[in-house]
Design a protein around this ligand. Sequence first.
Ligand code: OAD
Length: 228
Amino acid sequence: MKKMVILTGAGISAESGLKTFRDSGGLWENYKIEHVATPEAWLKDKNLVLQFYNERRAQVLAVQPNQAHEALAKLESKYDLHIITQNVDDLHERAGSSKVMHLHGEILKMRSEKNSQQIVGVPNGVISLGDLAPDGGQYRPDIVWFGEEVPLMESASAIVAQADEVWVIGCSLQVYPAAGLVHHARDHVKVIYIDPNAVKVNRPNITVIKEKAGSVVPAMVEEYLNNG
Ligand code: OAD
C-alpha cells in the first residue's frame, strides 16, 4: 500500500467553525501567547490558562468534522494513511481517521503538572483550579506549550521520511519544529500544500493550491480513490 502522510493545521478545522491562530480574527489577535500558552503563563496565572483552554474545549465540543476531515478518513480504504496534526481538536478522529498523531497534544485530555506520563480525559469538559491528579499536582491541559518540547517529533519525522506522498493542509508553517516536518520527506516524494495563504516552501516536487480545504480536498480524495 502506498504510504500517504497528511500534515494538518488549524486551517482544516476552520470550516468547522474553529478559529485559527494567525489569520485576521484569529486567536492570537485576542490573546497573547505569553499569557496563556507557555509554562511561565501557567506559573503566573493557572486560572487564566485553564479558562482559555476550557473555552477552546467547549468550542471543540460544539462543532463537527467538515467535508475535508471526512474525505481524508475515506482515503484509508486505499492508502496506508497517517495524519500528523498540530491541531488539539478531535475532528479527524470523529470523522473516522484511525491513525492520528497530535503533535501539540489534545484539548480533551489532561495530565498532572508534575508528570506528563499519565494522560486522562477531561471529565465534563472543564478543568478547574483545585482539580488534583493522584500525585497531588494540579491538572493541566494535555497541550504542548511554547517553550516545551514536542515529544512526538521524532516519531513524526520518521513517518514523514517513509512517506510516498505528503499533503500539507491548512498550516501557516510558522511554528517549529512542526513546520520543518515537510522537509523530512524524501526529495522525489510529491508534496501538495493546500492553504489559501500558503507560504513559500523550498523543496522539490511541491504543488501549492491556494484554496480552502473544503473546496479541494474532497475532490482530490475522490480522484485518488478512483485513479491514484
Ligand atoms: P495558524 O493559525 O498559524 O495558520 C492557519 C492556516 O490555515 C493559515 O495558513 C491559513 O491561511 C489557513 N487556513 C485558513 N482557513 C483555511 C481553510 N478553510 N482551508 C485551508 N487552510 C485554511 O495555524 P497552525 O499553522 O495550525 O500551537 O498553527 C500552528 C500552531 O500555532 C498551533 O498548533 C498552535 C498555534 O500557536 C500551539 O498552541 C502550541
